[in-house]
Design a protein around this ligand. Structure first.
Ligand code: SAM
Ligand code: DTB
Ligand code: SF4
Length: 395
């Protein structure tokens, strides 16, 4: 076949990187009819779309892998520096003994994982850990508690922790379970930057994983967090025995929220012995998620939520460098660093430093696109939220 030989002149995008989005569109359409159409990530007014249909998300998943990766990488560099990855550190501030029955979780009281229940940590201890994370180059400090929901009597200590970590100049993220509107308000007043609350999977698969709460309960808390003006972090887990259709549903739920979450963690199930899902995986190794399918999920999330930070979260420890590289190529731009997640081992600082050197990646220092638009920088305005106008200004 004869290639058309018109020269394609790349234009630099705002970050100074060559963006394939600027290549002559008709060239690519003519060469690969039906395949190389641009990903339609904006609506008629040029705003980031939140009206994705499930069919459209399914079509993304169904694309030839290299095509999906190309589109995701193109969308990625329109909004983010492709050579920068955000570093976050996790700390479990209250471990184990959780009344919920999440089938993946080592901290559920229903599991037989050997994780011991602890009380909420002292404020001073938490601040010491945050200081260490900051010294290690971490930008954000994420704190998790094995609660169904925080009790009102816990809130003063939580507020003190948020204020303390924020005063150290780090971004704060908490994940404490379900929140009432009043609790979300308290956290917002304390200056909490992010609240993590995962939808975990698609709506149809949810009750196969968790029976002690409903999908709608998760969405209600996300709404309470949004209303309070806190940035939303919400994602899920891939590799729990769900189908492709469930993964489509998972991405669809997040991509059709009235505003996309500012952060979208994509976890690969860490199989823990003594949990229903960990044991299932031990019995049926075939159920383990295929690496390429994991990367497809990352890519679909990146395309459907172009401005969000997509975090390659749990499960990196057992992923090859090549799979992680594909995830970064597909638009993942945030990771958890350090030796430990909440209870499970993590890749560790040394291996991450080696990975970054190998891939030519560097730690992100600037602001995230959606967050910059919201004006909720550390020490900045605490009442703003990303308006359509602010989003438009950025893009
Ligand atoms: N209890 C709170 C809640 O569930 O919202 C916060 C802590 S919970 C451990 C935070 C998230 O970690 C879960 O929503 C889940 O997505 C993820 N997670 C927990 N165990 C995991 C595992 N074994 N593998 C991958 N992700 C896991
Ligand atoms: C998220 O999506 N992943 C993190 C964070 N949010 C809180 C938690 C991963 C937990 C992995 C299993 C463990 O450490 O017990
Ligand atoms: Fe509890 Fe959260 Fe674990 Fe579920 S994921 S059992 S709510 S700690």
């Amino acid at each position: 076949m004869q290639w058309r030989s018109r020269p394609v002149v790349p234009i630099s995008d705002t970050h100074g990187f060559t963006s394939a989005a600027h290549f002559a569109k008709e060239d690519t359409d003519l060469r690969f009819p039906g395949i190389l159409r641009q990903a339609h990530t904006r609506d008629r007014d040029g705003m980031i779309r939140t009206d994705w249909t499930r069919e459209e998300i399914a079509e993304l998943f169904d694309l030839p892998f290299t095509e999906l990766l190309f589109r995701a990488a193109t969308v990625h560099r329109e909004h983010h520096r492709p050579d920068e990855v955000q570093l976050c550190t996790l700390l479990s501030i209250k471990t184990g003994g959780c009344p919920e029955d999440c089938g993946y979780c080592s901290q559920s009281a229903h599991a037989d994982s050997g994780v011991e229940a602890t009380k909420l940590m002292d404020v001073r201890q938490v601040l010491q850990s945050a200081a260490q994370a900051k010294d290690a180059g971490s930008q954000r400090f994420c704190m998790g508690a094995a609660w169904r929901n925080p009790k009102d009597r816990d809130m003063p200590k939580i507020v003190e922790i948020v204020k303390g970590v924020r005063d150290m100049g780090m971004e704060t993220c908490m994940t404490l379970g379900m929140l009432t509107p009043a609790q979300a308000e308290q956290l917002a007043e304390a200056g909490l930057d992010y609240y993590n609350h995962n939808v975990d999977t698609g709506p149809e698969y949810y009750d196969r994983v968790i029976t002690t709460r409903k999908y709608e309960d998760r969405l209600t808390t996300l709404e309470n967090v949004r209303q309070a003006g806190i940035n939303v972090c919400s994602g899920g887990i891939v590799g729990m025995g769900e189908t492709r259709e469930d993964r489509v549903g998972f991405v669809h739920t997040l991509a059709t929220l009235e505003r996309h979450p500012e952060s979208v963690p994509v976890n690969a199930l860490v199989p823990v012995k003594g949990t229903p899902l960990g044991d299932m995986l031990a019995d049926t190794p075939m159920a383990k998620i295929d690496d390429i399918e994991f990367v497809r999920t990352v890519a679909a999330a990146r395309i459907a939520m172009p401005m969000s930070m997509v975090r390659l979260s749990a499960g990196r420890e057992s992923m090859s460098d090549a799979t992680q590289a594909l995830c970064f190529m597909a638009g993942a731009n945030s990771i958890f660093t350090g030796e430990k997640l909440l209870t499970a081992p993590n890749a560790g600082d040394d291996s991450d430093a080696a990975l970054f050197a190998r891939l030519g990646l560097k730690a992100m220092e600037g602001e995230e696109p959606l967050r910059a638009a919201s004006g909720r920088a550390v020490g900045g305005c605490s009442g703003g939220c990303a308006t359509k106008e602010a989003q438009a200004e950025l893009t």
